[in-house]
Write a protein that binds this ligand. Structure first.
Ligand SMILES: Cc1cc2nc3c(=O)[nH]c(=O)nc-3n(C[C@H](O)[C@H](O)[C@H](O)COP(=O)(O)OP(=O)(O)OC[C@H]3O[C@@H](n4cnc5c(N)ncnc54)[C@H](O)[C@@H]3O)c2cc1C
Length: 548
């Protein structure tokens, strides 16, 4: 017999887990969460520092996509790690809890997304959050997603914050009233362990909610349509293909790279792209996969011959780590709780800028090239991100086969303003580091920018080294205009029935910060839309039960 549920959610990341939780809360509505990967209970997922084992390579936790050659990066092929398994990318990411600037959400509203302004979304951020540190009007207590202070306390951590203070910068809560300034990362951790979207929203309810089915190692390969209505999903599970039916809706949460891929494989996308691949068109929706936006990232690197407090693979550093492992097991504190990007900051490039244009993330080690090459030296690095890139790219199919990775083109540094902001941001942070009495005198070697004199030198080194900060969004843009992929008032796919999108792909503009918290917000909002509609269509008796 064909398996059937009220709702099918495709993807167990920050876009999928919250909505699966909220829709199954009444104990009766049946929800099926499909995840291509496994349960992700492995130590390399739970222990924050061990993300270093998963990010650099393709394995059971990481899809590890490549981009197409990037014109703006001298033709280089970029790397796009994406989490696989429960928690999605929040199972391998750097754990930074960052919502973006309040003005980002007001911008969404102004772009034609009513109900997405900051005053609308703040209560939803608070709803899903349990913040162990901040108890004020900006933060929530009692929500599922645990946000904690970093439990690492190495010497460089303090030297870096001293350096930023001496440079005249202010320590802020970037999720509070003022984003500009610096902060020690607020991390999605609980008791020193990662708190992924699955740890937060699914694990605690999985044993008791019999109406929630989680199918692991189950990849959706096509959405099944009857006419223009989505009625189920074809999946491959342990090598076997079968169909799972949805009585009410299919909700896509496969992330900004794989949600458009699944739509396109199912005949929803730009007809001119799909027809040559032999894919029958269900609905011509030209922007599916287009409007890809991602934060370009350039890493400053400084060699510092000091194994005390800095991550690195020297014999002394490894010996130190061994001691730290013992400490982690005893106290769940210390280096193994590090998220790498320990200190974050935001800067405006002109006093007139309404929002910071640049984010910087200091790492107490040399994790260069996504840590794909082992780095034996000790040192500090700092990621520089252009927060609102104007370049737009795309995600397209290379074939009609679901097994083939999508063609990912972030089109990094296509727009000259993106380059200008990266250059300016990198120069300023470099000046702070080298001019500081805390860090400057300890630097043995500036690894990448020692020879930069002019802006052209900086641009050359940035184009030669930059890549992603792992925040692809926008490939199923929401809005209320004709070309939008999903309707901002419902997250329903335009022109189709029974189909919504609940993940980072709906963002109409990238947020100025890391993208997990905004994706959890989108998922909360999706649940609100679905539940409000279900209430409206339910009988009065049933509706009362759903509210209570
Ligand atoms: C290395 C790295 C570091 C990052 N650091 C941070 C950070 O510090 N802070 C932050 O806020 N953000 C960070 N991010 C970004 C953040 O993790 C993502 O923005 C966020 O996870 C997006 O959520 P999503 O649900 O849209 O997609 P994802 O998290 O990618 O989840 C999609 C899920 O869908 C599954 N899936 C895909 N296709 C299918 C299919 N066909 N069938 C079934 N399942 C499918 C995938 O396996 C995955 O589990 C980082 C990301 C990475 C990769």
């Amino acid at each position: 017999m064909t398996e059937m549920h009220d709702y099918i959610v495709v993807g167990g990341g920050p876009g999928g887990c919250p909505v699966a939780n909220r829709l199954s809360v009444d104990g009766r509505t049946t929800v099926c969460l499909l995840e291509a990967g496994g349960d992700n209970k492995h130590a390399t997922v739970r222990v924050p520092l061990l993300l270093i084992a998963n990010v650099p390579k393709k394995n059971g936790f990481n899809w590890a996509f490549d981009t197409v050659p990037q014109k703006g990066l001298n033709g280089r092929i970029g790397y796009q790690p994406r989490g696989k398994g429960m928690g999605g990318s929040s199972a391998i990411n750097a754990l930074v809890y960052m919502r973006g600037h309040p003005g980002d959400y007001d911008e969404w509203e102004a772009m034609g997304c009513p109900g997405w302004g900051y005053r609308d979304v703040l209560p939803l951020f608070r709803k899903s959050e349990h913040n162990e540190v901040f108890r004020d009007a900006f933060h929530g207590q009692g929500g599922e997603l645990n946000v904690a202070a970093l439990r690492t306390d190495n010497r460089y951590h303090k030297l870096l914050t001293d350096m930023l203070r001496q440079a005249g910068l202010r320590e802020t809560d970037p999720n509070g009233a003022e984003q500009e300034g610096y902060s020690v990362a607020q991390v999605m951790q609980k008791n020193g362990e990662r708190c992924s979207s699955a740890n937060a929203f699914i694990e605690p309810i999985q044993a008791t909610r019999k109406n929630l089915t989680v199918h692991l190692n189950t990849q959706a390969t096509r959405i099944v349509f009857e006419g223009k209505r989505a009625v189920g999903v074809e999946v491959v599970q342990q090598g076997q293909a079968r169909t799972i039916r949805a009585r009410k809706e299919v909700i896509l949460a496969a992330g900004a790279l794989q949600t458009p891929q699944l739509l396109q494989l199912s005949g929803v996308g730009r007809a001119a792209d799909l027809k040559p691949l032999g894919i029958p068109i269900v609905h011509d929706l030209p922007e599916v996969g287009y409007q890809l936006s991602d934060h370009p990232d350039f890493i400053l690197g400084y060699q510092i011959p000091d194994a005390d407090g800095l991550l690195g693979l020297s014999p002394k550093g490894l010996f130190g780590l061994w001691g730290q492992w013992g400490r982690y097991k005893r106290e769940q504190r210390g280096m193994f709780t590090s998220n790498f990007a320990e200190i974050n900051g935001f800067m405006r490039l002109t006093p007139r800028s309404p929002r910071p244009e640049v984010q910087y993330e200091f790492v107490v080690g040399l994790a260069i090239d996504h840590a794909r090459k082992l780095e034996p030296r000790h040192g500090l690095s700092c990621h520089i991100l252009c927060l609102r890139p104007k370049s737009r790219g795309s995600v397209k199919l290379q074939s009609a086969r679901w097994q083939d990775a999508p063609l990912i083109d972030p089109n990094f540094l296509d727009h000259p303003d993106d380059v200008r902001e990266m250059v300016e941001g990198a120069k300023r942070v470099d000046r702070i580091v080298k001019g500081s009495r805390e860090i400057g005198p300890r630097i043995k070697k500036d690894l990448f920018t020692a020879d930069c004199r002019s802006d052209a030198d900086w641009e050359a080194v940035i184009r030669a080294r930059a890549d992603t900060n792992y925040h692809p969004v926008g490939t199923c843009r929401m809005g209320t205009d004709d070309r939008a992929v999903v309707d901002a008032r419902s997250l329903k796919v335009n022109g189709l029935q029974g189909l919504r999108v609940s993940d980072a792909s709906v963002m109409p503009a990238i947020t100025g910060g890391n993208t997990t918290a905004p994706t959890v917000l989108i998922s909360e909002k999706c649940a609100e839309f679905v539940l409000a509609e279900a209430r409206a269509s339910a009988s009065p008796v049933h509706a009362a039960a759903m509210v209570s």
